[in-house]
Design a protein around this ligand. Structure first.
Ligand SMILES: Nc1ncnc2c1ncn2[C@@H]1O[C@H](COP(=O)(O)OP(=O)(O)OP(=O)(O)O)[C@@H](O)[C@H]1O
Ligand SMILES: [Mg+2]
Length: 266
């Protein structure tokens, strides 16, 4: 009795900490193997970066976790439930902000709430608080066309946070922006997600960016898209941009680059 109780508790504890679990996860598009037998776990509160060259299967992996692309084989669960389609506990953000041009910033943030039912005063205050969080406190009633690309992506981030999913999947969310804006938004993103205590999976093809943001880096190599390595990132948080020049950081960048050159010659 005691043993079975202990086992139940141990299982409950394990499922409380592992939020995404993939075993032998496969995806083919015809003869193209986009993701080849990936095995991984993501724990609650972790920030994972997925890095790899164009076409190695990063977006496909993310879209499978989001339930937007069905897998071809293997198993995949999120919060202990098998992934069979899009779901409320997972929020996704892509490279383009996809805001409604005829709605104000705050109405855009409240759109998913409005689609589900009535927007309460509490929803409005929460949306305003999220706009403050992403540095857009003065733009709640502006229209998207009055905002820069980086500001529009912040609106998309506030909209994503308003949904309240505990897992955020971010597919090169700042990829279309210049380097200065991207660095700045990456810093803000890491602050915001650690405050919000969510689990994040961030796709990029930039090695420094991947390492700078993450607790663990999933390194993918192409043809076929393989999860070649999971690299732990040991630097404490909060991180400052000066970390980019730290010799240990530079070494880690070289290590990840090395995995690519080995993956490509294999
Ligand atoms: N809907 C699809 N139909 C057919 N092939 C696809 C589809 N989506 C992706 N692929 C193929 O799967 C492979 C992986 O694509 P994916 O978009 O996941 O790469 P990626 O790593 O995100 O690349 P990028 O950095 O360019 O965004 C590529 O060879 C691509 O051509
Ligand atoms: Mg992609």
């Amino acid at each position: 009795m005691q043993v079975s109780q202990d086992m139940t508790m141990a299982r409950a504890k394990a499922s409380a900490t592992t939020v995404v679990e993939a075993r032998g996860l496969d995806k083919s598009f015809g003869s193209v193997i986009a993701v080849d037998k990936a095995d991984f776990e993501i724990k609650r509160g972790e920030f994972i970066s997925i890095v790899g060259p164009s076409g190695c299967g990063k977006s496909t992996l993310l879209r499978m976790i989001a339930g937007l692309t069905p897998r071809s084989g293997g198993s995949l669960s999120v919060n202990g439930r098998e992934v069979t389609g899009p779901r409320g506990d997972v929020g996704v953000m892509f490279q383009k902000p996809t805001l409604l041009e005829w709605k104000t910033v705050i109405e855009n943030v409240l759109l998913p709430t409005a689609l589900k039912g009535r927007v309460s005063e509490a929803d409005r205050s929460k949306a305003q608080a999220l706009l403050n969080l992403v540095g857009l406190q003065d733009f709640a009633h502006a229209f998207p066309r009055h905002l820069s690309g980086g500001m529009q992506q912040r609106v998309a981030l506030a909209r994503l946070l308003k949904i309240g999913s505990d897992i955020l999947l971010l597919d090169e969310p700042f990829g279309a922006l210049d380097e200065f804006t991207r660095e700045h938004l990456n810093l803000e993103l890491s602050r915001i997600v650690s405050d919000a205590n969510v689990t994040s999976v961030f796709v990029t093809h930039n090695i420094s960016e991947a390492i700078f943001l993450a607790d663990k880096v999933f390194v993918m190599t192409p043809r076929p898209g393989r999860l070649a390595a999971v690299v732990d990132v040991p630097f404490p948080r909060p991180r400052e941009l000066s970390l980019l020049a730290n010799p240990d950081f530079v070494d880690l960048v070289a290590r990840v680059r090395d995995i690519f050159s080995k993956g490509e010659t294999a």
